[in-house]
Design a protein around this ligand. Structure first.
Ligand SMILES: [Zn+2]
Ligand SMILES: [Zn+2]
Length: 386
């Protein structure tokens, strides 16, 4: 199969599908329209489909060779209002495809059509995953058994990436995206009159000290050659200007790449909070939740993706981010590779960051995504094992 010309024919369809998803974006586990649109087409093309994890789809195209390769795309949108003046802008107020998952779904659908027309020797499984932006659809899909009967030997996924220009692929063997955890701490002091602070334990002052002290974890406890983030994203306290707040709630995220730091950072976080609260006479309640693990790329599958990107005449760059991704759950269980596909085109104004109300990308990236996936399938089944 001549991959490039075959994929080029799909280009108008890819845009059409992507714009359909873009116009009717749906939040996590509510991707009903998207689900139906995808399943209808997959079934038309002869894929065996199954509904999993509420709105997820697993599709199988069985080959004669026992090897199994999986591809994954996420389908969900974000709870935000689109400000793009494009004809295909969101028709669902307050919901927007501002991360490119509409493109991911279209790319995987494009691959499905291509492979149905030119089936590979081995078996291909496709995972159309709900709720990547939260609360996470990968784990429910895995728990529903998508990695069994048959089990894939490798998995590949991509994220359209406006931090890179069209024509580039950002990828890295080993840890590529960070562990992303969530914490919420409630600080309890003693409220009182704003003019009589000596009778109170001011939760706002304690919270402020906690925020400052937390900054020392990354700057003073983590080896400067390693990467970590501790961010407090929310503080809520107080009800009036002349009332000392009895409590304050802080929420934030902790990011890192290694299992050692993933253990140490929450311990240090609690020590710092406990120490500050004790010193200032307050108490605290900390809820620390593990969100997504590190996106860990397998050496051989990453080499396969890099080879395919080079064959497709794309520029391969090393890319790593403290962002999190629940593709990590698949990669914990199956050797695989997750990569960034450059989708920015500054000359056309298509370079807004992800999650921006005017986010959009160059749709030529859709064709490149299908081409890369198709090349991965061809390469994977061409070699004895991966
Ligand atoms: Zn996102
Ligand atoms: Zn995303």
């Amino acid at each position: 199969m001549q991959i490039r010309p075959t994929v080029a024919v799909l280009s108008p369809l890819l845009s059409l599908w992507r714009r359909q998803f873009h116009q009717y974006p749906e939040l996590g586990f509510r991707e009903h329209l998207t689900h139906n649109y995808v399943v209808e087409r997959l079934q038309q093309w002869g894929w065996q489909t199954e509904r999993v994890a509420k709105t997820g789809v697993v599709a199988v195209l069985a080959g004669s060779d026992p090897r199994v390769l999986a591809f994954r795309a996420d389908m969900d949108a974000l709870a935000m209002h689109e400000l793009n003046p494009v004809p295909y802008r969101s028709q669902h107020p307050g919901v927007m495809h501002a991360c490119g998952h509409d493109g991911h779904t279209a790319i995987l659908l494009g691959l499905a059509k291509l492979l149905a027309e030119s089936p590979p020797v081995g078996t291909v499984k496709l995972f159309f995953q709900p709720a990547e932006e939260g609360p996470g659809g990968a784990l429910p899909m895995i728990e529903a058994g998508v990695l069994e009967n048959p089990s894939p030997q490798a998995i590949v996924g991509l994220h359209l990436w406006n931090n890179l220009p069209l024509g580039t692929v950002g990828v890295k063997s080993g840890p590529m995206m960070a562990t992303s955890d969530h914490f919420k701490v409630t600080i309890t002091g003693r409220g009182g009159h704003g003019a009589m602070p000596h009778q109170t334990v001011d939760a706002v002052v304690v919270a402020a000290q906690v925020v400052v002290a937390l900054q020392t974890i990354v700057s003073r406890n983590v080896n400067p050659l390693e990467s970590a983030v501790v961010t407090v994203g929310q503080i809520h306290a107080g009800s009036a200007f002349n009332v000392i707040a009895p409590s304050a709630v802080l929420e934030g995220t902790v990011r890192c790449f290694t299992p050692e730091l993933a253990t140490q950072l929450p311990q240090r976080l609690e020590q710092v909070i406990a120490g500050v609260c004790q010193a200032l006479g307050a108490s605290y309640d900390l809820v620390y939740s593990r969100h997504y693990p590190t996106v860990l790329n397998h050496k051989l599958v990453t080499a396969l993706v890099e080879r395919c990107a080079t064959e497709a005449q794309l520029q391969v760059v090393s890319e790593q981010t403290m962002g999190g991704e629940d593709m990590a759950f698949f990669l914990e269980r199956v050797p695989g590779c997750y990569f960034f596909l450059g989708s920015a085109n500054s000359a056309e104004g298509l370079d807004k960051p992800h999650h921006h109300p005017c986010f959009d990308f160059d749709e030529q990236a859709l064709t490149l995504g299908v081409e890369l996936f198709a090349r991965c399938a061809e390469d994977f089944f061409a070699v004895p094992s991966c």
